[in-house]
Design a protein around this ligand. Structure first.
Ligand SMILES: [Fe+2]
Ligand SMILES: [Fe+2]
Ligand SMILES: [Fe+2]
Ligand SMILES: [Fe+2]
Length: 321
């Protein structure tokens, strides 16, 4: 009975987007491997957030409102708690100037190296839809780099009269469920694109929060608007070509696989590594998040069972317990 109550609490917690909130880190982790593991974990959290939004939208389109709500709430936990707490544990967010320099470097690399390379590969793979997408992304990232460079000049030269550009918010593009359009290296590159864009969204959202708290609302708006394009267009368009979204049952199975990997393999190994080098706060954070992920896996598994039962057994199941 205790076990059932425990699972129920985890499921309810996941459904509400709640999870254990560890004490804020007092000092940033210094160990290089711990910091690298934290960044790897943050990439996973950012991707989980983005794909759960996509899975939730699909469940909503299919009239499965409970599944949609579960994905939405869990996605928020991945971003607002897990990603944010991990970011805090390594002092990921710096000064506005540092954050702008980081953003400029990232955008320039994507615009001049990553996406042009992916586009060439897609043409070799004869996947022209992907090639066109990568060309568009390279153009967009170049524009992002220019805006961030202008913003850096503006905040460093407040008397120049140059305003911080704010860019513009985009209307999210719906992700179409289906099979992958490409294969081989281009499919791998589309998956890397989804991860990179999901991470860019999470990072820029964190930078925007810092700028807002720092009394720089235009800079905050620039990061928020750029983030909206990274997720609402770039991630979404890559997701459609990569075949990210399947049926609701397939999406729940994919989510369960990811959560079990994080709960039983990734976070425990990161916790052991942090513990072995005396990074106690990181070890505790990884351990607590591992428990949260186990709760997410349980919640998704129960949702999958209910979906497969198709409304059969609800009352009878309740009578049996
Ligand atoms: Fe998570
Ligand atoms: Fe960008
Ligand atoms: Fe992007
Ligand atoms: Fe999770």
């Amino acid at each position: 009975m205790q076990t059932v109550r425990g699972v129920t609490a985890l499921v309810v917690g996941a459904a509400l987007g709640l999870g254990p909130v560890p004490a804020p880190a007092r000092a940033a982790a210094a160990d290089e491997t711990t910091r690298a593991n934290t960044l790897t974990a943050m990439e996973g959290e950012a991707f989980a957030h983005a794909r759960y939004l996509a899975y939730g939208a699909e469940a909503s389109r299919n009239g499965h409102d409970d599944i949609a709500a579960l994905f939405a709430a869990t996605g928020e936990t991945e971003l607002r708690e897990h990603f944010a707490e991990e970011a805090a544990s390594i002092d990921f967010v710096g000064s506005n100037e540092d954050n702008l320099r980081d953003s400029i470097d990232g955008e320039r690399h994507e615009a001049t190296v990553v996406y042009p390379g992916y586009a060439r590969q897609a043409r070799r793979d004869r996947c022209h839809r992907a090639a066109r997408l990568f060309d568009e992304l390279a153009d967009d990232e170049a524009k992002h780099a220019v805006r961030f460079r202008t913003a850096l000049f503006a905040i460093n030269h407040p008397n120049s009269g140059v305003p911080v550009p704010v860019g513009e918010a985009v209307t999210p593009v719906p992700i179409t469920a289906g099979e992958p359009v490409c294969s081989g290296a281009t499919q791998d590159n589309l998956e890397a694109t989804m991860r990179g864009e999901a991470f860019a969204y999470a990072k820029y959202t964190s930078y925007a929060e810092h700028a807002r708290a720092d009394g720089q609302p235009r800079l905050a708006q620039l990061w928020d608007n750029t983030a909206s394009q990274e997720l609402g267009e770039h991630f979404s368009e890559a997701a459609t070509l990569a075949g990210l979204v399947g049926t609701d049952a397939e999406n729940l199975r994919a989510a369960i696989d990811g959560e079990i990997y994080e709960a039983t393999t990734m976070y425990p190994s990161f916790a052991r590594q942090a513990d072995s080098v005396g990074e106690d706060e990181s070890a505790d954070l990884f351990a607590e998040i591992a428990h949260d992920e186990a709760g997410h896996a349980s919640a998704f598994l129960l949702a999958l069972v209910d979906l497969e039962l198709g409304g059969i057994g609800g009352d009878r199941g309740a009578r049996r317990s």
